[in-house]
Design a binder for this molecule. Structure first.
Ligand code: MRU
Length: 371
């Protein structure tokens, strides 16, 4: 996608051919800055501190983390250590584990002197595959938005609500939940996006609003609790969110607050879609609520808010009294029964075990063989 009109991705190999560039997402929307990652430890820190975030981008960054680790030491022990360190950075998004498994498979059976080149090759492929997958998600999902817009009286726009950031910043490029929005917008489909601010870290207000604005997509930022009201008043045609992990039976784990949007959508007859690439499916799990590990993050994210002061400084201010207990659950699980459809690279799939297994037979079989 474009930043100030210039095609940009969230992650790239630098001109030296080995170090890795990323956008520092903690500085957006106020500053666009990039960071050069040169070691495994720097990659692990960038993921843990959420300079990079979003399930597919976490996986892609971790893949390059393995390559950087092998650059220092291509032994089996170093590979194992790197995977353990990276896997511990963020527990919920399964794309991280998927990418690490892919990297291990790409290098494990090679002699040491071939491992580094193989690792860089596979990391680059993971990035390219992500972009192609997301483009396909966009094409499938754009048909839904075009159909909604076509049913509107003249001048009406398809009204989409999204939560958190599952746009291009959360992926290598294009996005997942927002891919249909970008493809439809580029096709000339009239649409408008309601953007949940998404406390505590405000990925909606800071990142989704920024990237939609950069691409010229009409949007409005709303406080997190607004969606139900808008749905009751017929102001939303479809909810589209991303996912950090989807179980074999179609339960969807995504940013905290997603479940409440799905409940409101069900109560108001608004279709609730999830945009996801197949590496987000965890065929080894069947009950999202019971089995998906939910990341709990630091209290500071809830107790404080970060923003731009009138004189241009980025500052963090406290909004919770000293001494109040604070809890920070980063994700929740929306049961499959509340999901209208899973927008994947292979089309829009019912959130059911048989439908997912039929669409991604090889992944489903590999998982049952491993389990
Ligand atoms: O904590 P984050 O910012 O990594 O959470 C991001 C989300 O919840 C996204 O919706 C999800 O990763 C899908 S990204 C295409």
């Amino acid at each position: 996608m474009k930043v100030d009109g210039k095609p940009t991705r969230t992650i790239w190999l630098e001109g030296d051919g080995w170090s890795v560039g990323i956008i520092d997402q903690t500085a957006l929307p106020h500053r666009f800055t990039t960071v050069r990652l040169t070691t495994l430890e720097e990659v692990a820190r960038a993921i843990a501190t959420m300079q990079v975030r979003g399930a597919p981008l976490i996986g892609a960054t971790a893949a390059y983390g393995v390559a950087l680790a092998l650059r220092a030491d291509a032994s089996d022990e170093a590979l194992e250590r790197a995977c353990a360190m990276l896997a511990a950075t963020r527990p919920t998004a399964v794309n991280l584990k998927w990418a690490l498994d892919e990297m291990v498979a790409a290098v494990r059976n090679r002699p040491r002197e071939q491992r580094l080149a193989a690792a860089y090759r596979r990391a680059a492929e993971i990035c390219e595959e992500d972009v192609a997958i997301n483009q396909a998600i966009g094409v499938h999902g754009a048909k839904l938005l075009a159909a909604i817009a076509a049913n509107k009286t003249s001048g009406g726009r398809a009204q989409v609500l999204t939560h958190c950031n599952a746009g291009w910043l959360a992926t290598v490029d294009v996005g997942t939940a927002l891919a249909p929005v970008y493809v439809a917008h580029d096709q000339g489909v009239p649409l408008h996006v309601w953007v949940d601010e998404t406390r505590p870290r405000n990925q909606g207000a800071a990142l989704t609003a920024w990237e939609l604005g950069q691409h010229g997509v009409p949007h409005t930022v709303i406080a997190d609790n607004t969606g139900g009201h808008l749905m009751q008043h017929g102001m939303i045609d479809a909810v589209i969110v991303g996912a950090d992990r989807v179980t074999a039976n179609g339960d969807v784990c995504n940013k905290i607050g997603t479940y409440l949007k799905a409940l409101a959508a069900k109560d108001n007859g608004v279709p609730f879609y999830v945009g996801l690439p197949s590496p987000t499916i965890d065929f080894s799990l069947s009950d999202g609520r019971a089995e998906i590990p939910i990341e709990q993050r630091g209290a500071d994210e809830v107790a404080t808010v970060t923003g731009l002061t009138a004189d241009g400084r980025i500052e963090r201010v406290r909004v919770v009294p000293d001494g109040s207990a604070v809890a920070n659950y980063a994700f929740d699980v929306t049961p499959a029964r509340l999901v209208s459809g899973l927008i994947t690279e292979r089309g829009i799939i019912a959130p059911r075990r048989d439908a997912l297994a039929a669409a991604f037979a090889q992944r489903a079989q590999t998982s049952s063989a491993a389990g």
